[in-house]
Ligand binder design. Structure first.
Ligand SMILES: [Zn+2]
Length: 56
């Protein structure tokens, strides 16, 4: 795991884990992938944004 990721808030890590779990069902970023992600983590966009800010 990326060391920068360990410092990220735990919800950001949850987002990464959930994202990867969704890829077990849908292997690409299609509409169904995002529908599933949205169902599991409705506020995923907030955590994705925070994560991207932390990474750069
Ligand atoms: Zn992905």
């Amino acid at each position: 795991m990326n060391p920068e990721l360990i410092k990220a808030p735990s919800r950001c890590i949850d987002y990464v884990v959930i994202h990867e779990l969704c890829h077990l069902v849908h292997h690409n970023h299609n509409k169904e992938f995002y529908t599933l992600l949205q169902a599991i983590m409705p506020d995923w966009q907030k955590w994705k944004f925070k994560l991207e800010k932390l990474m750069c």
